[in-house]
Design a protein around this ligand. Structure first.
Ligand code: NAD
Ligand SMILES: O=C[C@H](O)CS(=O)(=O)O
Length: 484
């Protein structure tokens, strides 16, 4: 792997300002999903080292919380600048371990950095309140104080942005962090640690524990009462488990979980705009995105025209290794993901769906699956009820607005939803009726650091980014002052 700055390729965990091996010397392999090649071996830590990381963070907590918002802001800004400078290297690391096309990886670096930039600014604006008192002899105030040591457990699909979206507000609020990245993409997390060290964060403020034993590490993070906040991004089943584990010490929890996004094309939609939107929403990161379109509902009056346009657009998506010029669809993360997608497609076809395009692997890379379109899908099929997490578009016809909203809401998930219509009355009716945390209206890409990202129902708790994001990392304290 050729990097401009070789120091960004780290193989050890980062605890208490030091790079460290596992106590037992164990390591695990990191593979390139496009080739199956081992690209690195990384320290495989366990429960004891996790406790050590928590202790380091707790030891740093008092001093870090005593930094002014302006001082924390300066360090975050420096970290942001270093991330931007390292964009090319970070993209190479990401495509090597996660597989996404390198241009998408470059885009994710900028997206991830945007949270650091945003919370470098928010750090200076953690305001409290002065409350008009209920008595002449009292003065009432509200302080916002850092919650304490924050743990972050993050997924493989956005190896940089899912970390910075948690760690930037935590650090801005005055919380030291212990990060447990996915074992599939540890290199991006360790590169962020290298840059945080270069930025000058104090010893113990920024810790990364790499491990293949996520359950053991998670149990320690959940059970240790010195960890006052756990922020998780990943699958809904794991999120539920972590929330249960945190209940033992009433730990504050934020959850960014799975999705099942509907994409509704009404008969008054701009079909070309809808095609652009669905291509962006469905096939980004080969469909391995929590806010990816999972079901495409198309009004019967425009169904055939939309299907034809979609076939043309999908045929233009080049597949291959993420490092190859012009590739839009890279590999899935591993063979387990590939088999899941194949199983969902087979089940849909066995139950009456029809194949319009794709439906097979592409052999130029390991774990490659062609962008696929299934027609005449039913909302009750597995592929419409489960998160596909692959490049498969499912077309579901509808006629009535009320029926399609009911079908769109017929899922335990509630992360993102999308619809295309140019009828202002319909836009308001459908926006308010959809049971989702985020709704794209005539837009297929909605994620930004300036807006609250998060879901309802079984898609999560809390919001990341925006003016709301720092609230997950502070505690509100009410002061009642007698002034006799
Ligand atoms: N809502 C969002 O913002 C968002 C963003 C990205 C991914 N996701 C979701 O994440 C899922 C894909 O990511 P994934 O495959 O990494 O999810 P995952 O739940 O398998 O793993 C996520 C993280 O949790 C860790 N983990 C797994 N089991 C654990 C346990 N028992 N205890 C503690 N930690 C454990 C993993 O090592 C990883 O670091 C999809 O469902 C996707 O929708 C959601
Ligand atoms: O996969 C989940 C990410 O949150 C996707 S996004 O880049 O934030 O839209």
């Amino acid at each position: 792997m050729q990097l401009n700055n070789p120091a960004l390729l780290q193989h050890q965990s980062f605890i208490d300002g030091q790079w460290c091996d596992a106590s037992n010397g164990e390591v695990f392999a990191v593979k390139n999903p496009a080739t199956g090649d081992v690209i690195a071996e990384v320290a495989d830590l366990g429960a004891d080292e996790t406790t050590r990381a928590i202790a380091a963070a707790e030891a740093a907590r008092a001093d870090w919380s005593a930094y002014t918002g302006k001082e924390r802001s300066a360090l975050l800004r420096r970290w942001f600048d270093l991330i931007i400078e390292a964009q090319d290297d970070l993209a190479v690391l990401m495509t090597s371990e996660q597989g996404k096309p390198v241009n998408e990886a470059r885009g994710e670096v900028l997206y991830g950095a945007s949270f650091v930039e945003w919370f470098a600014e928010e750090a200076k604006r953690v305001y409290g309140d002065i409350i008009p008192p209920h008595g002449r002899d009292k003065r009432l105030l509200v302080l916002k104080q850092p919650i304490g040591v924050a743990a972050a457990i993050t997924p493989w699909n956005f190896p940089i942005a899912m970390i910075t979206r948690k760690v930037a507000p935590a650090l801005a609020a005055g919380c030291p962090v212990v990060i447990k990245p996915s074992e599939l993409t540890p290199l991006s997390a360790l590169a962020l640690a290298q840059l945080a060290q270069e930025a000058g964060f104090p010893q113990g403020v920024f810790n990364v524990v790499t491990s293949t034993n996520a359950p053991a590490v998670g149990k320690v993070l959940c059970a240790d009462s010195r960890v006052r906040k756990l922020s998780f991004t990943g699958s809904t089943p794991v999120g539920k488990l972590l929330a249960e584990q945190c209940a033992s010490n009433v730990k504050k929890v934020s959850l960014e979980l799975g999705g099942n996004a509907p994409f509704i094309v009404f008969d008054d939609a701009d079909l070309d705009a809808a095609i652009s939107g669905v291509i962006a929403s469905k096939f980004r990161n080969a469909g391995q995105t929590c806010v990816c379109t999972n079901r495409i509902f198309v009004h019967e009056a425009v169904y055939d025209a939309f299907a034809e346009k979609l076939k043309t657009a999908v045929h233009a998506l080049a597949v291959g290794n993420g490092f190859d010029e012009g590739v839009a669809i890279g590999p899935l993360i591993d063979d387990r993901a590939l088999h899941k997608v194949e199983s969902l497609v087979k089940d849909a076809l066995d139950n009456g769906a029809t194949l319009l395009s794709g439906g097979e692997r592409f052999e130029s890379v390991t774990n490659g699956y062609r962008p696929t379109i299934l027609s005449n899908v039913d909302n009750a099929m597995r592929i419409a009820q489960e998160e596909i997490f692959g490049p498969v578009a499912t077309l579901i016809p509808f006629t009535e607005e009320a029926d399609v909203v009911q079908m769109a809401n017929d899922t335990p998930f509630g992360l993102a939803a999308y619809f295309y219509s140019r009828d202002i009355g319909r836009v308001w009716r459908v926006s308010e009726a959809l049971e989702y945390g985020m709704v794209g209206i005539n837009e297929g890409i909605i994620s930004t650091e300036v807006a609250p990202f998060g879901g309802i129902k079984e898609s999560g708790l809390g919001r990341e980014g925006s003016k709301y994001g720092i609230d997950d990392y502070v505690e509100i304290k009410y002061l009642c002052m007698g002034v006799n």
